[in-house]
Design a protein around this ligand. Structure first.
Ligand code: ADP
Ligand code: MG
Length: 394
């Protein structure tokens, strides 16, 4: 995968369509409560403006289901971006049609235009060729800085590239660099930490990473299934009994490939699924029948931390416990600190994993936090992402 970058093409005085991910959280009054996603695109925008490009921005926001829904308007984002970048940001009330075309045509070098929500049109998610052509008609080049939607063949990241050439923006470049290197050419030793609720969500990731890693650390609810498959009693814990055979197969594969696969030896159990549950630490062969495992235990956390020591690359997806409850975020915190302390190049992907790191104030210690939850998972599964495949090769 060797894609052209923004630096490889001429954007001077060109009309550039930039697909961004401005799917930002807003409160009921329409105030943006977290502008991280907007901020993350500013290097690409500043670069384009410095080259006198006319910048046409497009994004989705929320799930308007193909219909105009005022609560999902990007208008507040135009205002926010304008404040952040210190320039006027024009706003087109629709992403296609006569007015968008006129505004795009009249846009001057160094000016910015934000189009209304792409998903007000069902054609966006259907990758409708005519809709893609209309989007393409607004500009001469596509810059894709929306990694988080590039695992979907949508018109603004896929169909559009049939009509105009596409290159990654700087944010996308970073994703390709860090995730790409980790899965294709990692500096060793290479460890992956996989957690989260279910094995069934991560089968593809585990299968793919078993071909690549030296060490595979498993935590969270999915570890229950691996252990229960070997006969341990997990009481009322989340366990996927229909995945026992698969779990056993994965353990066999790990052994055959010489991967050091680590599972919990102790867990923190709770008497109910609640923040204020009564809790205790038990070895995995002493889980009370009426209790549930909601976090890895301290012996496990220490063992995992030791295993991370000396790693050069660490990929992490999925929290070690129910981090949403402070009492069960301890294992995730210990592992996050161990990742930071290891000095490895660390890459974290997954919506909840990133939320956990932010909650624990440890995000700054990670080398690369992927901006795409589903997209980073598919990347780690070794899949080709349609929006990335469509970018121009070097
Ligand atoms: P990501 O979004 O990072 O890919 P997942 O969505 O796979 O992560 O998993 C996150 C969820 O897993 C969290 O909501 C967390 O509460 C849950 N989880 C972690 N450990 C357990 C457990 N032992 N039992 C139940 N749920 C768990
Ligand atoms: Mg999740």
């Amino acid at each position: 995968m060797n894609k052209k970058s923004l630096n490889d093409i001429s954007v001077s005085n060109k009309k550039v369509f930039v697909r961004v991910d401005y799917n930002v959280p807003m409160d009921k009054a329409g105030n943006i409560t977290d502008d991280t996603r907007i901020r993350a695109t500013i290097p690409t925008l500043e670069f384009l403006l410095s080259k006198n490009a006319a910048v046409i921005l497009a994004s989705h926001l929320g799930r308007p289901k193909g219909k105009v829904a005022p609560e999902f308007s990007l208008k507040p984002v135009a205002e926010k971006l304008s404040q952040m970048i210190g320039r006027e940001v024009k706003f087109a009330p629709d992403c296609v049609g006569a007015e968008a075309s006129k505004m795009a045509a009249e846009l001057q070098p160094g000016q910015i235009l934000l189009l209304e929500n792409l998903r007000f049109h069902a054609e966006e998610e259907k990758n409708d060729p005519e809709f893609a052509k209309q989007l393409a008609g607004l500009a001469e080049i596509l810059v894709n800085d929306a990694f988080g939607v590039s695992h979907r063949a949508h018109a603004s990241v896929h169909g559009i590239t049939k009509y105009i050439p596409a290159v990654p923006g700087f944010l996308m470049d970073k994703e390709l660099l860090f995730l790409g290197q980790a899965v294709t050419n990692p500096v060793r030793p290479f460890a992956a930490i996989i957690g989260g609720a279910k094995v069934s969500d991560k089968i593809g990731v585990i299968e793919n990473l078993l071909n690549k890693v030296d060490t595979l650390i498993i935590g969270g609810g999915m570890a229950n299934t691996f252990l229960a498959a070997q006969g341990y009693q997990f009481g009322k814990s989340l366990v996927e009994a229909d995945k026992f055979d698969l779990a056993k197969q994965l353990l066999e594969t790990a052994k055959a490939k010489g991967v050091n696969l680590l599972l919990p030896e102790d867990v923190v159990v709770a008497d109910k699924f609640a923040a204020d549950a009564e809790r205790k630490t038990v070895p995995i062969d002493q889980i009370p029948a009426e209790w549930m495992a909601l976090d890895i235990g301290p012996a496990t956390a220490a063992n995992y931390s030791a295993a991370l020591n000396g790693m050069k690359t660490v990929v992490w997806n999925g929290p070690m416990g129910v981090f949403e409850f402070d009492a069960f975020a301890v294992g995730t915190e210990a592992v996050a600190k161990a990742v930071a302390a290891s000095g490895a190049k660390s890459i974290v992907g997954g919506g909840d994993s990133v939320a956990a790191l932010e909650k624990l104030n440890l995000a700054a210690q990670i080398t690369h936090i992927s901006t795409g939850g589903g997209a980073s998972l598919e990347f780690l599964e070794g899949k080709e992402l349609p929006g990335i495949a469509a970018l121009a090769d070097k």
